[in-house]
Design a protein around this ligand. Structure first.
Ligand SMILES: [Ca+2]
Length: 244
Protein backbone atom coordinates (compact mmCIF):
# COMPACT_ATOMS: atom_id res chain seq x y z
CA UNK A 1 0.00 0.00 0.00
CA UNK A 2 2.79 2.36 0.96
CA UNK A 3 4.65 1.41 -2.20
CA UNK A 4 1.59 2.11 -4.34
CA UNK A 5 1.14 5.51 -2.70
CA UNK A 6 4.79 6.27 -3.35
CA UNK A 7 4.55 5.21 -7.00
CA UNK A 8 1.41 7.27 -7.56
CA UNK A 9 3.05 10.19 -5.78
CA UNK A 10 6.06 10.03 -8.10
CA UNK A 11 3.86 9.74 -11.22
CA UNK A 12 1.72 12.67 -10.07
CA UNK A 13 4.78 14.77 -9.32
CA UNK A 14 6.35 14.01 -12.71
CA UNK A 15 3.15 14.86 -14.60
CA UNK A 16 2.76 18.16 -12.71
CA UNK A 17 6.42 18.94 -13.35
CA UNK A 18 6.04 18.27 -17.06
CA UNK A 19 3.00 20.51 -17.21
CA UNK A 20 5.22 23.14 -15.65
CA UNK A 21 2.65 24.80 -13.44
CA UNK A 22 4.44 24.23 -10.20
CA UNK A 23 7.09 26.55 -8.93
CA UNK A 24 10.24 24.71 -8.09
CA UNK A 25 10.23 23.38 -11.66
CA UNK A 26 12.63 25.62 -13.51
CA UNK A 27 12.13 26.01 -17.23
CA UNK A 28 15.46 27.59 -17.90
CA UNK A 29 18.10 29.95 -16.84
CA UNK A 30 16.88 33.03 -18.68
CA UNK A 31 16.51 36.79 -18.52
CA UNK A 32 13.82 36.40 -15.86
CA UNK A 33 16.29 35.13 -13.30
CA UNK A 34 17.71 38.58 -12.69
CA UNK A 35 15.50 41.36 -13.94
CA UNK A 36 18.08 44.03 -13.09
CA UNK A 37 20.28 42.79 -15.96
CA UNK A 38 20.52 44.58 -19.29
CA UNK A 39 23.11 42.85 -21.44
CA UNK A 40 24.19 39.50 -22.83
CA UNK A 41 23.39 36.30 -21.01
CA UNK A 42 23.54 32.59 -21.76
CA UNK A 43 20.13 30.94 -21.97
CA UNK A 44 19.43 27.29 -21.36
CA UNK A 45 15.98 26.18 -22.41
CA UNK A 46 13.94 23.38 -20.93
CA UNK A 47 14.80 21.33 -24.02
CA UNK A 48 18.50 21.75 -23.25
CA UNK A 49 19.35 24.28 -25.97
CA UNK A 50 22.03 26.75 -24.93
CA UNK A 51 22.54 30.07 -26.67
CA UNK A 52 23.45 33.69 -26.05
CA UNK A 53 20.72 36.33 -25.83
CA UNK A 54 20.41 40.00 -24.98
CA UNK A 55 18.38 40.64 -21.82
CA UNK A 56 16.54 43.83 -20.93
CA UNK A 57 15.10 43.79 -17.43
CA UNK A 58 13.44 40.39 -17.75
CA UNK A 59 12.77 40.66 -21.48
CA UNK A 60 14.72 38.59 -24.03
CA UNK A 61 15.40 40.16 -27.41
CA UNK A 62 14.40 38.12 -30.46
CA UNK A 63 15.77 40.72 -32.82
CA UNK A 64 17.13 44.27 -32.87
CA UNK A 65 17.61 46.72 -35.73
CA UNK A 66 19.03 50.15 -35.01
CA UNK A 67 22.00 51.00 -37.23
CA UNK A 68 21.83 48.92 -40.41
CA UNK A 69 25.15 47.18 -39.73
CA UNK A 70 23.77 43.64 -40.04
CA UNK A 71 22.45 42.09 -43.23
CA UNK A 72 18.99 40.59 -42.62
CA UNK A 73 18.38 39.40 -46.20
CA UNK A 74 19.46 35.84 -45.43
CA UNK A 75 18.68 32.20 -46.11
CA UNK A 76 16.32 29.80 -44.39
CA UNK A 77 19.27 28.07 -42.78
CA UNK A 78 20.63 31.34 -41.42
CA UNK A 79 17.23 32.24 -39.96
CA UNK A 80 17.06 28.80 -38.35
CA UNK A 81 20.43 29.30 -36.66
CA UNK A 82 20.33 33.05 -35.97
CA UNK A 83 22.95 35.67 -36.79
CA UNK A 84 24.54 38.92 -35.68
CA UNK A 85 26.16 40.06 -32.45
CA UNK A 86 23.87 39.82 -29.45
CA UNK A 87 24.80 43.28 -28.19
CA UNK A 88 24.34 44.71 -31.71
CA UNK A 89 21.88 44.00 -34.48
CA UNK A 90 20.88 40.34 -34.48
CA UNK A 91 18.26 37.66 -34.82
CA UNK A 92 18.15 34.99 -32.13
CA UNK A 93 17.36 32.09 -34.51
CA UNK A 94 14.13 30.19 -35.11
CA UNK A 95 15.31 26.95 -33.50
CA UNK A 96 16.43 28.80 -30.37
CA UNK A 97 13.17 30.74 -30.25
CA UNK A 98 11.01 27.64 -30.72
CA UNK A 99 12.86 25.89 -27.91
CA UNK A 100 12.60 28.99 -25.69
CA UNK A 101 8.82 29.36 -25.94
CA UNK A 102 7.90 25.65 -26.04
CA UNK A 103 5.28 24.82 -23.40
CA UNK A 104 5.31 28.34 -21.97
CA UNK A 105 3.00 31.33 -22.06
CA UNK A 106 4.88 34.30 -23.47
CA UNK A 107 4.14 37.85 -24.48
CA UNK A 108 5.97 39.79 -27.18
CA UNK A 109 6.68 43.49 -27.49
CA UNK A 110 7.66 45.48 -30.58
CA UNK A 111 9.41 48.80 -30.03
CA UNK A 112 9.57 51.15 -33.00
CA UNK A 113 11.36 54.45 -33.41
CA UNK A 114 10.43 56.62 -36.39
CA UNK A 115 12.89 58.85 -38.22
CA UNK A 116 12.64 62.60 -37.56
CA UNK A 117 10.57 64.69 -37.71
CA UNK A 118 7.83 62.21 -36.73
CA UNK A 119 6.55 62.96 -33.25
CA UNK A 120 6.11 61.08 -31.04
CA UNK A 121 8.98 59.03 -32.47
CA UNK A 122 8.58 56.04 -30.19
CA UNK A 123 5.61 53.71 -30.18
CA UNK A 124 5.09 50.10 -29.19
CA UNK A 125 2.85 47.09 -29.75
CA UNK A 126 2.48 44.33 -27.22
CA UNK A 127 0.76 40.97 -27.66
CA UNK A 128 -0.25 38.94 -24.62
CA UNK A 129 -0.02 35.68 -26.58
CA UNK A 130 3.10 34.70 -28.53
CA UNK A 131 4.47 31.33 -29.54
CA UNK A 132 6.00 29.56 -32.53
CA UNK A 133 5.99 25.92 -33.56
CA UNK A 134 9.21 24.07 -34.32
CA UNK A 135 10.79 23.35 -37.73
CA UNK A 136 8.39 20.51 -38.54
CA UNK A 137 5.54 23.05 -38.82
CA UNK A 138 7.75 25.75 -40.39
CA UNK A 139 7.82 27.77 -37.15
CA UNK A 140 4.11 28.61 -37.44
CA UNK A 141 3.22 31.74 -35.46
CA UNK A 142 0.60 32.11 -32.73
CA UNK A 143 0.06 35.75 -31.78
CA UNK A 144 -2.84 37.72 -30.29
CA UNK A 145 -4.06 40.07 -27.57
CA UNK A 146 -2.80 43.38 -28.95
CA UNK A 147 -2.32 46.47 -26.82
CA UNK A 148 -0.12 49.51 -27.41
CA UNK A 149 0.32 52.74 -29.32
CA UNK A 150 1.76 51.67 -32.70
CA UNK A 151 -1.30 49.87 -34.09
CA UNK A 152 -2.00 46.18 -34.62
CA UNK A 153 0.19 45.43 -37.65
CA UNK A 154 1.27 41.96 -36.53
CA UNK A 155 -2.03 40.36 -35.51
CA UNK A 156 -2.80 39.43 -39.12
CA UNK A 157 0.25 37.15 -39.17
CA UNK A 158 -1.35 34.79 -36.65
CA UNK A 159 -1.24 31.23 -37.99
CA UNK A 160 1.35 31.96 -40.71
CA UNK A 161 4.42 29.83 -41.32
CA UNK A 162 7.84 31.46 -41.60
CA UNK A 163 9.27 32.21 -45.06
CA UNK A 164 12.64 33.33 -46.38
CA UNK A 165 13.56 34.22 -49.95
CA UNK A 166 14.81 30.68 -50.48
CA UNK A 167 11.88 28.95 -48.74
CA UNK A 168 8.40 30.09 -49.71
CA UNK A 169 5.81 28.96 -47.14
CA UNK A 170 3.41 31.87 -47.71
CA UNK A 171 -0.15 31.69 -49.05
CA UNK A 172 0.52 34.03 -51.99
CA UNK A 173 1.10 32.87 -55.58
CA UNK A 174 4.45 34.70 -55.61
CA UNK A 175 7.26 34.68 -53.05
CA UNK A 176 6.60 37.36 -50.38
CA UNK A 177 10.04 37.22 -48.75
CA UNK A 178 11.73 37.60 -52.14
CA UNK A 179 9.35 40.27 -53.37
CA UNK A 180 9.44 42.36 -50.18
CA UNK A 181 13.08 41.69 -49.30
CA UNK A 182 12.29 40.32 -45.88
CA UNK A 183 11.87 37.00 -44.12
CA UNK A 184 8.64 36.97 -42.15
CA UNK A 185 5.60 34.99 -41.06
CA UNK A 186 4.07 35.94 -44.40
CA UNK A 187 0.57 35.15 -45.59
CA UNK A 188 -0.12 37.25 -48.71
CA UNK A 189 2.02 39.01 -47.62
CA UNK A 190 2.45 41.30 -44.57
CA UNK A 191 1.53 44.49 -42.72
CA UNK A 192 4.84 44.52 -40.84
CA UNK A 193 8.25 43.64 -42.22
CA UNK A 194 10.69 43.47 -39.27
CA UNK A 195 13.39 41.70 -41.30
CA UNK A 196 13.11 43.98 -44.34
CA UNK A 197 15.68 46.43 -45.71
CA UNK A 198 17.26 49.05 -43.44
CA UNK A 199 17.66 52.55 -44.83
CA UNK A 200 19.09 55.70 -43.32
CA UNK A 201 16.08 57.85 -44.08
CA UNK A 202 12.35 57.77 -43.58
CA UNK A 203 11.18 56.90 -47.07
CA UNK A 204 11.68 53.36 -48.30
CA UNK A 205 12.74 53.26 -51.98
CA UNK A 206 10.22 50.50 -52.75
CA UNK A 207 6.77 49.81 -51.37
CA UNK A 208 6.70 47.51 -48.30
CA UNK A 209 10.32 46.36 -48.67
CA UNK A 210 11.78 48.14 -45.65
CA UNK A 211 10.94 48.06 -41.93
CA UNK A 212 7.23 48.38 -42.55
CA UNK A 213 4.59 48.88 -39.85
CA UNK A 214 1.65 50.02 -41.87
CA UNK A 215 -0.73 50.56 -38.92
CA UNK A 216 1.34 53.39 -37.40
CA UNK A 217 -1.18 56.18 -36.62
CA UNK A 218 -1.38 58.84 -39.33
CA UNK A 219 0.46 59.03 -42.64
CA UNK A 220 4.17 59.50 -41.90
CA UNK A 221 5.67 58.71 -45.33
CA UNK A 222 4.94 59.58 -48.93
CA UNK A 223 2.59 58.56 -50.45
CA UNK A 224 1.57 56.30 -47.56
CA UNK A 225 2.91 54.17 -44.71
CA UNK A 226 3.85 51.32 -47.05
CA UNK A 227 6.78 53.57 -47.96
CA UNK A 228 7.78 54.31 -44.38
CA UNK A 229 10.72 52.71 -42.61
CA UNK A 230 12.05 53.02 -39.08
CA UNK A 231 15.22 54.15 -37.37
CA UNK A 232 14.97 51.29 -34.89
CA UNK A 233 12.80 48.21 -34.65
CA UNK A 234 12.99 45.46 -32.05
CA UNK A 235 11.10 42.39 -30.87
CA UNK A 236 11.48 41.00 -27.38
CA UNK A 237 9.63 38.35 -25.41
CA UNK A 238 8.81 37.81 -21.79
CA UNK A 239 7.70 34.50 -20.34
CA UNK A 240 8.62 35.41 -16.75
CA UNK A 241 5.27 34.77 -15.15
CA UNK A 242 5.81 31.02 -15.51
CA UNK A 243 9.49 30.93 -14.72
CA UNK A 244 10.97 30.27 -11.34
CA1 LIG B 1 4.10 31.66 -52.30
Amino acid sequence: MHLLTLVFGVILHVSISQAGHECGVCYMSDCCNDRSITGRKNIKTNGGKIFSAFCDQGWTYIMRRFNGHENFYRTWREYQNGFGKRDGEHFIGLDNLASFVKGRTCKVRFDLEAWPPVSPANRFAEYSVFSIADWSDKYRLTIGGYSGTAGNAFGGANGAMFSTYDQDNDSWGGNCALNYKGAMWHKACHAANPFGLYTYRRNCPSRAQCLTWVHWPGIIASPDNWYNTFKSFSMKINCCHNSC
